[in-house]
Design a protein around this ligand. Sequence first.
Ligand code: ADP
Length: 786
Amino acid sequence: MTKNYCKDEKSDHGINEMEQIHKALNEHAIVSTTDVKGNITAVNKKFCEISGYSEKELLGKNHRILNSDTHNDAFFIDMWQTITSAKTWHGNICNKRKDGQLYWVESSITPVLDSNRNIIKYISIRTDITYIKGLELELRKSESRFENAQRMVRMGNWEWDLKTNSVYWSDEMYEIYGCDKEIPIENHENVNKFIHTDDIDKVKSYEETIKSGFKERLSYRVIRNDRTLRYIMQHAEIKYDSNNEPAVMLGAIHDITEQVELEYKLSHQKAIFESMFRDAQDAMVMADTDRKIVMINPAFSKLFGYGQDEVVGRTSQFLYKNEEEYKQQGDKRFNNNTDAEYKNTGYEIEYRQKNGDTFISNTIGSILKETNGNTIGFLGNIRDITRKIQDKQLIIASKEEAEKANKAKSEFLSSMSHELRTPMNAILGFSQLLEMDYENNLSDEQKADVKEIKNAGEHLLELINEVLDLSKIESGGINIVLEDIDYLELVMECVSIIKPIAKKRNIKINITDEDIYSNNKLSLNADRTRLRQVLLNLLSNSVKYNKPNESIDIYCEKIKDDVVRISIVDHGIGITEQNLQKIFTPFQRFVDDDSAIEGTGIGLVISKRLIELMGGNIGVTSELGKGSTFWFEITLNYVPKIIKKIVTPLNKSESDKSCGDFTIVYIEDNPANLRLVSKLLSKREKIMLITAPNPEIGLELINVHLPQLILLDINLPGMNGYQVLSEIKNNDKTVNIPVVAISANAMQSEIDHAYKLGFVEYLTKPLNLSYFYEVIDKFRIKNDVL
Ligand code: ADP
């Protein structure tokens, strides 16, 4: 049995008042004594009941036997510091029962002192507060749950004491308003500081409404301390005091910023979609999963002729030109669709308008899906492409037309070339022949005249070529053959051609470095004809645009090891800075319209193109009124020269009449050309030339004479040269006879074509005599006739 904790303290003086108090205390409280070390020296009954230990089990044990490990070291240090300094300690302690259960006691530990004020023991008096602690715990838990719930849904609650104006905020209120909960909000004026200035009036009038007993909600904005904006939804109500006066306003707020922003985004997207749908150029139609029309846009109404009311709710079949297509589209696009095959694939569909007309469309269909993937409908984007198809057909037709025109142009150029070259052939051929003067019949003066004819003829030929060149350059069909060219020889040749026109204006042309290069040959790597053409153009310009009695200087300077610059300097009208920019552009002329200076404005363009084709550059510097310097750069030639075999004329008798070892049949309808070739061949020994004015006679003669060589004009009456060639090649007897084409058609495409068909050589009119002889001699050598 537990003993009365005071029994050992008291003498047996009977029950006095003190004992009565002790008894009452024992009845009410949990009482124990310990020695200074905390070892239990006495316990009362209540102590044993609450701890589950018997008195025997407790006496002599240290008080730590009840330690529940709930409190930290600091707690006990504080306790011991208090009681060892002879003070009473008060506090709530959680102890552990023998069975392990915890119990809470509200304790007072009082040290007992002897007469010397030394502590001799401690008396502890406790009250069981386990139940209260349990309630406290529950309360705290439920508060924490409430707080968590508020935090999670971003809700806060507040109370406003209307009498004191003080305000209570829950933790989440501080979070939502973005302020520190360590600094309490305190009064209602402080709350208003957070309200957006545009919303403050409505908040105030709302508060008045609530004060009048209404329960309403309000949305408003707050500006947090960090200047960010939050949207709030608030519910509030009023509580009355015992006099039925409004006493406290209670409120709950919800941070709805995210919803508001989402709604804003959605409404923004909706507005975009609606405006796109409304303003789209293409007809748009939205249908549900049954293909029933839900919505159309104005472009749809315009294209199909139906208003919204006439189509909404109808399945879209009536829009299709034929039922089959509607079904097919259903199968292809709607029923078995997969994302992959449906994505932005435009397809052609014929639709029918309200007035019965049909049109071809390019339709793009999209499946409308919810976020969970469920199909909710379809969106069709329809574009009328009838016009586009017609335009396409038109483009094809006009392309064909243009191709035809281009072909006609080529044919025209080819025939022009032929028409112009044929008479030039006679002029140049005969003048060359006269110039050679095998029979020494010409006086020196006549020879000079012949030379003039030849030079002028060649110049005329160049002019013809220039016109043809431009078209060739435009079509990219120009052929450049680089060869070794003697700079001085070429320049002198060009100067001699230009001199007569220079002379007329009393303009002197100086080749300033003539002395240098007459002793020291300078070899250029260029296409002779083309370089000559450029020089002639620049020289003739320097005469045309020069001032009378002025001079022109030509000189050449090395600008790199393998590049020279040839400059032509005049002292003429010059060119403005602005015009210099456009000088190499076709058909640009910078002379007054009434100026007598003739020109086409294409010479410089051709020159530039030609120089570039030869791998060089061209340019100009000029000063208005003072003159211009046109220059071009060209590479030097290091390629060793091919020494060509020089063929000497052998026989001066008429070939036609002579019987030789080498028989040539020449088919040509132009008598002048026939005569020219006859005359040329008469300069060679042992040649028998048989001429034929048309293909039929020619073929017969070939069959009879089986010549060693055939010369064949291409442009013949009746049968053309290609047909004659094919006759020759189809005849076993004549198949191996070499056939040389002689034609005025100098288009490269024509030449290539001829070689492909089997011509062994292609000579262009006007004939280059030395090359003509070279070809003839080549075949003579082959036949051992030379
Ligand atoms: P064309 O001389 O036939 O008009 P070009 O293409 O050769 O054509 O020259 C184009 C234009 O450049 C000429 O019309 C002229 O206005 C200007 N031009 C050419 N060369 C000279 C020059 N040496 N001095 C002044 N202007 C020139």
